[in-house]
Every structure is written in structure tokens, then in C-alpha cells.
Write a protein that binds this ligand. Structure first.
Ligand code: FES
Ligand code: FE2
Length: 393
């Protein structure tokens, strides 16, 4: 299989490089954490875009932008631009955001309404919002031998609207249904009723000189929190974390101090949920932090080996603009503390001599994520990974 042929040379080349520079740093313990040679390699990154991202469920947005027929959101899954459109019948469908003629995109805004059709800016091929190709300018002259129009509709992808709110997309036909993907979190998340939360009035969107796995490692590291985010220690008065990881999700439960009541008067959650918040992770690139009355989402979009876009939104119940700004500013500070630290690591991860140290118990979920990435990168795609009808989610 072609895919096997691609993976082996990448891994072998990386191993040879490591072998050549060994000896300067002694690392007696094997470590599952992010290895320096996994950070800057373009071939490995390209494999990740297909073997990790193209077979994962990726968060794309929410239903607040998908109310009327023709309402759409755009996004990317790895390198692949995608779109999600509300249909005339009320359903929500997803497609690759690529014209079938040349590589042009069809929808350009992050969100909007495209009416009943989309027209490509390059040669004006037109598509119905259900994906059918419905117009080719000057068709008789350009394609005198005709062409099979129905075979040139937009390529459909799997879409899941979770908790009546959050929109996820998946390119693979073989990936498990979304509910199975997030199984360890599913029941806990059902209880929050995210469908009743509303989006805060602005979002955070910035690009940093870091590798997406370095951010994933940081997001799943409960050990650094009290040091890198020390300004929060006074507020929290509670340093504990319960680390959990299973399947494609991770979780760090942070109990709040007894003086802090963040329940917002809710009583319809579990005792643990009412007692604190969670720093969760949905593989491969989403960090949700659910509280009883607030949900923070931070997504890391890989742009290049050393470039990652962090896109964050917060949702909540009954929050004034001032409260929203307070939370958004606090998240911006937290993101900056993390990205400053990881940017610093990125410089040193260039060194061919550095060898990574052991994972502590509070980095258990980071180690878990690194193993998931490696396992995906090492497993070839199915022959029909992307073909055939869309499976039910
Ligand atoms: S690229 Fe879309 S019509 Fe030519
Ligand atoms: Fe952090």
C-alpha cells in the first residue's frame, strides 16, 4: 500500500538523525512526550494532515451562524478547506470548500448567507446549496462533448451538530461516529445543556510560531498551570487536579476552593461538575473548558510545522458584555502565557542534541495524546477511507 511506503522513510530518517547526535545529553528514561525531531519535519507534518486530521472530528463552529437556509460557516480540517450550510429542509450539510473545476474556494467569509446558490469566482461554475453543480457558463462551447454534471457536485463530508450547538466535521468515512469519538465525555457534556448557552460577543484568533503538537502537549499538561498561570493561584486557592484520559479525550478536573461558588444556581449537574471546572481535550486539536455556566473552546489549527492558529470562543448563560469581556480578556492572557512558554520551547526544540525528559503524572494526558498522534501517523488509511456514502453519525 502506498501509504506504508510513505511512513517508513519518514520515521527511519528521523531515527537516523537522532542516532547521529546522541551522547551529548543523557536521557536514561524513555519518554512518550513530544520529541524534538517530531516538531520541524515537513514530511511528518504532511502525514499528520492526512492521517490525523483527515480522520478526526474537528470543531468548525456553532449553530448561531446556521439559522436560515443558505447560512454557512467555513473552516479547515488540517489543510482541507470545508464549509457547512443550512439546507432548505432544515438539515445541516458539509462539503469541501473547493470548486470541482479548479482549486478555487466557493465561500470566503468565516460565516454568512449565500442565498440559494454559490458561484465560483474563477469561471463562474454554480452550485446549489445542496452541493449539486447547476450551472456552467458557455457550456456548449466549452464542453461540446458534454460532461457528467452529476459527478461534479461538491464533495460531501460528515457533519455532526452536537448538543444542539457545536458543529463538528469529519472527512473520513471510516472514523467512528462523533458520539463514540467523545464517548468518555459524552454523558457529562449532555448534562451541561450547551444548547442553552450563547456565544460571547467576540472571539480570539491569533497565530503563533509553534507546532500544533507542542500546543496539544501544553494543553494536556496539568503540571505547568500553577507556575505559568500563577496569577490564578490566589483566585483559585486550590491546586488540585484529577487527571483522566481515555480513547480520544482527556480531562483535568480542577476542584474549586470552598469559597468559590461557580454553580450559577444550577443544581442539575453532578456533584463533581458543580464543584469545579474541567480542562478537557478532544483529539486532535480542541481544548474545551466547561464550567456550570460557561464553556471555553480553544482550537489549534495547524498552519505549518512552526505555525499554529489559536481560535477561541466562549459560550455562557446570562452574561453581560462586561462579564463577557472579563472572561475573554482572561482567556487571552491565559493563551498568551501558554503560547509565550511554548514559543520559548520551540526555539530549543530546534536543537538536534536535546533529549526530552520523563512525563510526570500530571502530564499523563499529554503523553496519551502524543501516543495517539504517533499511532495515527503509523496506521495506513483504509482503501475506502474517503469513498462511498456518508455513514450515519
Ligand atoms: S475554478 Fe471554479 S469555475 Fe473554474
Ligand atoms: Fe496553560
Amino acid at each position: 500500500m502506498i501509504a506504508d511506503l510513505e511512513h517508513e522513510p519518514v520515521v527511519e530518517r528521523l531515527r537516523r538523525r537522532v542516532g547521529e547526535t546522541s551522547g551529548l545529553v543523557d536521557a536514561p528514561l524513555d519518554s512518550p512526550m513530544l520529541q524534538p525531531y517530531e516538531v520541524y519535519d515537513q514530511d511528518l507534518f504532511d502525514l499528520e494532515m492526512v492521517r490525523v486530521y483527515a480522520r478526526s472530528w474537528v470543531w468548525l463552529g456553532d449553530t448561531e451562524d446556521l439559522v436560515e437556509p443558505g447560512d454557512f460557516i467555513t473552516g479547515t480540517i488540517g489543510y482541507q478547506p470545508v464549509m457547512v450550510i443550512r439546507q432548505e429542509d432544515g438539515s445541516v450539510r458539509g462539503f469541501l470548500n473547493n470548486c470541482r473545476h479548479r482549486a478555487s474556494g466557493l465561500l470566503y467569509e468565516p460565516a454568512g448567507n449565500c442565498g440559494k446558490t454559490m458561484t465560483c469566482p474563477y469561471h463562474n461554475w454554480a452550485y446549489d446549496i445542496d452541493g449539486r453543480l447547476i450551472g456552467i457558463p458557455d457550456r456548449a462551447r466549452m464542453y461540446p462533448d458534454d460532461l457528467p454534471t452529476s459527478d461534479y457536485g461538491l464533495a460531501p463530508i460528515r457533519i455532526e451538530v452536537a448538543w444542539d450547538k457545536l458543529v463538528f466535521g469529519c472527512l473520513s468515512r471510516k472514523a467512528p461516529p462523533f458520539r463514540e469519538w467523545i464517548a468518555p465525555l459524552a454523558e457529562r457534556y449532555d448534562l451541561y445543556k450547551f444548547g442553552t448557552f450563547t456565544r460571547y460577543h467576540r472571539e480570539l484568533d491569533q497565530t503563533y510560531p509553534i507546532n500544533w503538537k507542542a500546543f496539544a502537549e501544553n494543553s494536556n499538561d496539568d503540571y505547568h498551570v500553577r507556575f505559568v498561570h500563577r496569577r490564578l493561584n490566589k483566585l483559585r486557592k486550590q491546586m488540585d487536579t484529577i487527571v483522566r484520559f481515555e480513547g480520544r479525550t482527556c480531562s483535568g478536573f480542577k476542584p474549586h476552593s470552598e469559597e468559590e461558588d461557580a454553580t450559577g444556581g444550577r443544581t442539575d449537574l453532578t456533584h463533581e461538575q458543580l464543584l469545579g471546572h474541567y480542562a478537557d481535550f478532544i483529539y486532535p486539536n480542541l481544548t474545551p473548558l466547561p464550567y456550570p455556566t460557561q464553556l471555553i473552546l480553544v482550537r489549534a489549527d495547524p498552519l505549518a510545522v512552526d505555525r499554529t492558529r489559536l481560535f477561541s470562543r466562549i459560550y455562557g448563560i446570562d452574561k453581560s458584555i462586561e462579564e463577557q469581556d472579563f472572561e475573554l480578556d482572561r482567556l487571552a492572557t491565559t493563551n498568551l502565557e501558554d503560547t509565550n512558554m511554548v514559543t520559548e520551547l520551540m526555539k530549543n526544540l530546534r536543537s538536534p542534541f536535546y533529549r526530552v525528559g520523563p512525563a510526570s503524572t500530571w502530564e499523563g494526558r499529554a503523553a496519551h495524546v502524543m501516543k495517539l498522534v504517533r499511532a495515527d501517523v503509523a496506521s495506513p488509511l483504509a482503501d475506502d477511507e474517503f469513498s462511498g456514502p456518508l455513514p450515519a453519525n
